[in-house]
Design a protein. Structure first.
Length: 318
């Protein structure tokens, strides 16, 4: 199988495997009686980032830190400018102020932590530990606060995220089996994708970081795109927005944190020069758009997509 075939097979495996993993895990959680709010916050909001986690781990362990770090940074850029932009183009995206004030604040903190680590030039185990602990504290704080006020607007958004996942519930053994098969497919897909991406980078004379920021980042973000489109079509734009914020928080604190804990990485110079600043600017732009009337309209969505196209053109042509 050629490099392009490996990439296509890898992306297909990530999309199919990630969807099966989230669907099986959500169905099993419902069987356990876990509340929709917790399911929406954890399994749906963060579960769609599983392809990024597996891919970044595989890339780091294979000696390709450019793909590992580029995947995280590129996925966050794509989630905001491409996925949220497309969602807003389909229908204006409502922003819940209560959920945004907390989760948006955590995203700003995570972005600043990521910026600091990238500028230092190395994602080591200590940084990874800080990221993972911060993620754990955020999850614990969110779950406790929402359990105290189960009818809060933020809790309603998380419950809607759980309901946004289509398909029937399965018996416990079937649900666990689907999740396990999805995990295996996701791992195999990540191996194919990383192997093919490295070969393409070498053949095209591109850096691994550029491949990670483009092909790998876009491919691993497909579950977020599917979730956002489904939510918007159901008239739940706030779910699409919440999923993007949750995924970006997990990308930094969970994926980069776990990957750095297992395999410390040197940050490629090109990410330090440009891409981390693009990610930070995209996060700031999303916050500014969200605060203007608590709505991201079609005009803002069109601007986001245009900016993403310009960013890709710069990476590939300059």
């Amino acid at each position: 199988m050629g490099a392009l075939g490996l990439v296509i097979a890898g992306l297909a495996g990530l999309v199919i495997g990630g969807e099966m993993l989230v669907r099986g895990a959500v169905s099993a959680a419902r069987s356990f009686g876990i509340s929709p709010m917790v399911i929406g916050l954890t399994l749906v909001g963060f579960g769609t980032s599983t392809p990024e986690l597996v891919t970044s781990l595989q890339a780091a362990l294979s000696g390709s830190p450019g793909i590992a770090v580029g995947n995280v940074v590129g996925s966050n850029i794509g989630n905001i400018l491409l996925i949220l932009g497309i969602a807003a183009l389909l229908a204006p995206v409502a922003v819940d102020p209560a959920a945004f004030r907390r989760d948006g604040g955590v995203l700003v903190l995570a972005t600043l932590l990521c910026l600091g680590v990238v500028l230092l030039g190395e994602a080591g185990r200590m940084a990874g530990l800080v990221f993972v602990i911060t993620l754990g504290l955020y999850l614990a704080w969110t779950i406790l606060s929402e359990c105290r006020t189960p009818d809060s607007p933020a809790s309603t958004v998380y419950e809607a995220e759980a309901d946004a996942l289509p398909g029937p519930d399965y018996a416990m053994p079937v649900a666990l089996g689907i999740a396990l098969i999805g995990l295996v497919i996701t791992i195999l897909g990540a191996r194919f994708l990383v192997s093919g991406a490295v070969d393409i980078a070498q053949a095209a004379g591109l850096s691994e970081a550029v491949i990670g920021l483009t092909i790998v980042a876009i491919g691993t973000s497909m579950p977020e795109l599917v979730t956002a489109v489904i939510a918007v079509r159901k008239g739940q734009g706030d779910v699409a927005f919440g999923n993007v914020i949750g995924s970006n928080i997990f990308n930094i604190l969970g994926i980069l944190g776990v990957t750095a804990l297992i395999q410390p990485m040197t940050v490629p110079p090109e990410i330090i020069r440009l891409d981390i600043w693009v990610m930070s600017a995209a996060t700031l732009l999303m916050i500014l758009f969200a605060r203007t009337g608590w709505l991201i309209g079609r005009r803002e969505g069109g601007l986001m997509v245009a900016l993403y196209a310009a960013y890709l053109a710069w990476l590939l042509l300059v």
